[in-house]
Design a binder for this molecule. Structure first.
Ligand code: HEC
Ligand code: HEC
Ligand code: HEC
Ligand code: HEC
Length: 433
């Protein structure tokens, strides 16, 4: 878990998209998980069609089991690819290995598994909503509020900060589980995450209609993106202070660094100015993965300029530290994390209106045109951000062709061409003016 300095900061109105919470993750709390079968009966969350008579649709199980990859996460561990990964890592089986199950299933200790619990359900309801032991009976009452359920151990998924921390616990990793460079080297796909896009892809089994808005806070695409980026930066900065960076190995954990600076990098086509914040960084430095941190800077420009300046200064210091010493990386990450936490706190208190959205969008496009996303991971994140902000601003139709083109360009990291990317951004900018 992230150290959270706001835990005692008092109660903020949840209507402002509450951001100050640090609930234990579903696998960390003590309640029993009763299993997907317990949620899935046809009179509960297993309706075929959305039910109009209740607050919630009750077809969540059907959406999850038919269209959500989380229901197949365990099965994936039985695939040929997983077998190959397991063999390379010297594991007997992927589907019995804790390091795989911790992300691909609800791998809680035996004593927390209720009668209906099945590991084979993969990432089931309670892997996100928390063990239902103490709320299963009471949450069905229409008059029980979400807050009351949360008090009984339901995970606060409706709080965007907690939601981001939940997704990132598997989609980036944390102190308990991490897809290391060894796992990547054995063939695991690189992990990449953007909250708003992934929420849409999942797909969602909740409708943010009028009824929902009465019961729970909702955030715009842009604000969801912003909290997701900040949470991802927090996750990275947290990991940069932990054992993976300080371990006494020849190299620190390579998955904390920018993959493409080693992979896919030519020794002949010198492109040294690949990144923002690089003015004082020495040639040949291995850059720390800072894609989310760079987005946090763009967000900070709309929240508090002082925070933005501090983030720019420290992000550069972080990259310089990567050529100095591990203890320096730890120290700078520590400073950065407290500033990013302040950014998260301040963002919760403001609305991102049309003018802020537009400024963020043009910042991203202009940065891209100036070459800030010559690195692939920066480009991949920029494309997702640009699309969702344009959708948020209802300018999707006039710019669709250019957005589709940007997506095509980041489909395959090995075919990514920074100069073409800049051309397309220029065309996109023209459609918006
Ligand atoms: C307990 C771990 C865990 C949590 C928590 C989790 N995920 Fe996942 N997610 C996975 C795994 C594992 C997969 C890959 C499943 C597979 O294909 O085998 C996945 C796949 C996905 C995919 C499909 C990606 C693709 O390439 O098709 C989306 C979208 C997604 N997750 C979104 C989310 C969102 C949004 C959240 C938070 C609300 C979240 N996940 C929380 C583990 C998790
Ligand atoms: C830190 C969490 C984490 C760990 C640890 C982890 N995975 Fe994954 N894995 C994921 C997520 C998240 C995805 C989905 C990535 C995406 O599509 O964005 C994934 C995707 C995969 C895929 C590709 C699935 C597909 O649909 O194409 C395979 C195969 C896989 N994992 C196998 C393994 C094996 C085997 C292990 C153990 C050695 C393992 N994973 C450990 C989180 C993890
Ligand atoms: C990968 C994480 C994840 C998994 C797995 C998951 N959910 Fe959700 N669920 C969410 C998120 C995020 C929300 C939206 C925030 C909220 O309303 O609390 C949500 C919302 C809901 C809601 C509230 C809808 C409303 O209108 O208030 C219900 C009911 C629900 N989920 C049931 C289920 C059931 C049943 C399952 C299993 C079949 C399941 N969920 C699996 C993440 C997940
Ligand atoms: C500091 C340099 C460096 C960074 C950063 C780095 N790698 Fe690697 N990677 C290597 C080296 C060296 C190898 C071993 C190559 C060999 O076997 O010859 C390797 C091997 C791999 C392999 C196996 C390739 C093969 O052909 O067997 C994969 C996949 C991989 N890395 C993925 C990643 C991902 C994903 C990231 C970022 C999360 C990453 N790497 C970050 C240097 C790096």
């Amino acid at each position: 878990m992230f150290p959270n300095i706001y835990r005692f900061a008092g109660v903020l109105s949840w209507l402002l998209v509450t951001s100050v919470s640090s609930a234990p993750l579903p696998y960390q709390s003590s309640e029993k998980h009763l299993g997907v079968a317990t949620c899935a009966s046809s009179v509960c969350h297993g309706s075929i069609k959305a039910n109009e008579n209740y607050n919630v649709s009750l077809n969540e199980y059907v959406i999850w089991s038919h269209s959500d990859r989380h229901s197949k996460a365990y099965e994936t561990l039985l695939s040929k690819d997983s077998k190959a990964i397991a063999t390379k890592l010297g594991l007997r089986n992927a589907h019995t290995a804790k390091i795989c199950l911790d992300c691909h299933a609800d791998n809680i200790p035996k004593e927390k598994r209720g009668e209906g619990f099945q590991l084979t359900d993969g990432v089931g309801c309670e892997a996100c909503h928390g063990g239902s032991e103490n709320w299963i009976d009471t949450h069905t009452n229409k008059n029980t509020s979400h807050q009351e359920n949360v008090k009984r151990g339901m995970y606060p998924t409706a709080n965007i900060v907690d939601r981001a921390a939940l997704c990132l616990s598997c989609h980036y990793g944390n102190d308990d589980k991490f897809a290391t460079h060894q796992i990547m080297g054995a063939g695991h796909p690189r992990l990449s995450f953007e909250l708003d896009t992934f929420q849409a892809l999942q797909p969602p089994h909740f409708q943010t209609d009028e009824n929902y808005r009465k019961r729970k806070p909702i955030a715009s695409h842009t604000k969801t993106w912003a909290f997701g980026q900040i949470a991802a930066a927090q996750s990275q900065l947290h990991m940069l202070q932990g054992p993976l960076i300080s371990q006494p190995t020849v190299f620190p954990e390579l998955a904390l660094f920018d993959c493409h600076s080693c992979h896919n990098n030519s020794m002949h086509k010198l492109d040294w100015h690949r990144r923002m914040n690089s003015a004082r960084i020495k040639p040949g430095n291995v850059p720390i993965a800072d894609g989310h941190l760079r987005m946090a800077i763009v967000i900070a420009h709309q929240v508090d300029r002082k925070i933005a300046r501090k983030l720019i200064e420290l992000s550069e210091a972080l990259q310089i530290a990567s050529g100095e010493s591990r203890s320096r990386i730890v120290a700078i990450s520590h400073q950065l994390l407290s500033i990013v936490e302040k950014l998260s706190h301040d963002l919760a208190g403001i609305e991102l209106g049309d003018s802020e959205k537009e400024k963020i969008l043009f910042d991203l496009i202009n940065m891209g045109i100036e070459g800030a996303f010559r690195d692939y991971i920066g480009a991949e994140q920029a494309v997702m951000a640009i699309e969702l902000i344009i959708i948020d601003m209802n300018k999707n139709e006039q710019s669709r062709r250019q957005i589709d083109d940007l997506y095509k360009q980041v489909e395959n990291d090995e075919a990514y061409q920074p100069t073409r990317f800049v051309d397309t951004l220029q065309k996109l900018k023209a459609t918006l003016n």
